[in-house]
Design a protein around this ligand. Sequence first.
Ligand SMILES: NC(=O)c1ccc[n+]([C@@H]2O[C@H](COP(=O)([O-])OP(=O)(O)OC[C@H]3O[C@@H](n4cnc5c(N)ncnc54)[C@H](OP(=O)(O)O)[C@@H]3O)[C@@H](O)[C@H]2O)c1
Ligand SMILES: [Zn+2]
Ligand SMILES: [Zn+2]
Length: 338
Amino acid sequence: MRAVRYHGPKLPLRLEVVPQPEPGPGEILVKVTAAGICHTELHFLSGLLNLGINPLTLGHEVVGKVDKVGPGVTAPRVGERVIIYYYVGCGRCAHCLVGDENLCDAIQAEYGFVTDGGFAEYVKVPARNAVRLPDGLSDEAAAPIGCGVTTAVHASALARLKAGEVVLVYGVGAVSYGLIQMAVLAGAEVIAVSRTTAKLAKARQLGAAHTIGATEGKVAERVRELTHGHGADVIFEMVATKETMAACTQAIAKRGRLVFIGYSEDSYTVHPIQLVITEASVMGSVGNTLGELVRAVDLVASGKVQTVVDRVLPLENFQQGIDALAKGELIGRVVLKP
Ligand SMILES: NC(=O)c1ccc[n+]([C@@H]2O[C@H](COP(=O)([O-])OP(=O)(O)OC[C@H]3O[C@@H](n4cnc5c(N)ncnc54)[C@H](OP(=O)(O)O)[C@@H]3O)[C@@H](O)[C@H]2O)c1
Ligand SMILES: [Zn+2]
Ligand SMILES: [Zn+2]
């Protein structure tokens, strides 16, 4: 089968022919029909994220159709449309026991990270990792749920987002479109910051009350003005450069929560007094739980949250998608179709 293979930092992705996987006991084989390209792919390519496993098929936002089941899968699943939950936890550690597979101490598989993912014609996963997709949601529109929407569902819960709070989303891309809609659903007032006008226009369309052009500078001052000095109760940092992190820290409200989702080469520096006098918290958010994927599918299927797809490309044109993402040209995701 054809697959887009990662060979390590600073090496190009290559379309290669690899053996089609065979589902083992309890596993199913999914014929991939749509796979979103996440910004995390760029971190693999630059080497900022280096999990040391290659060659590897990338792709963790994966939708497809069940093609075949392995021994022991008794439920009639062949032909079912599914979206992949990209973690397989050990099922036994303290995190897995409460459903936090994204924090597993002995991860068994992580599709598109350490295990072959969805930029391929087929992917095999344990049957429980293939979540049924309702009709009426196209494969292309569903793919960005897998990371884009799930990350937003998870981070919003971690941030303990409440009605009436001010939420700042710094950097507007595919994950941010999920965050903006989750914040609006929670009854928060959203301020979105980005450098591209068209991305901000889409943010407003999805419910952001205010937008700030990052190129204008003075983002923190603008946030204070818009909130009559209060600042942002929850800040989702999607960019995390020195400049954006400084602005986020200055914009945080008393008892505010700064949540890192994105990251860059830069380190975060803060004088403790800034956290002491505001009683602010700084936290990170990674991935999601299986339950959060099921919730994300429901939110999109019921029309409460929309995914944003900029373009759909055939698998072999993956490089066009990667380049457009790196240049910041996309409003939402690129989805590949094997
Ligand atoms: N923690 C997790 O579980 C998780 C999950 C998914 C993704 N991520 C990470 O989250 C980040 C965002 O992912 P994504 O897929 O949503 O990326 P994306 O679609 O590329 O969106 C990021 C957006 O940030 C904006 N941006 C970049 N530099 C900026 C700057 N200096 N000031 C203001 N805006 C800036 C870009 O738009 P403009 O330049 O046009 O403003 C871009 O559209 C990435 O670092 C990714 O690896 C983390
Ligand atoms: Zn992702
Ligand atoms: Zn575990």
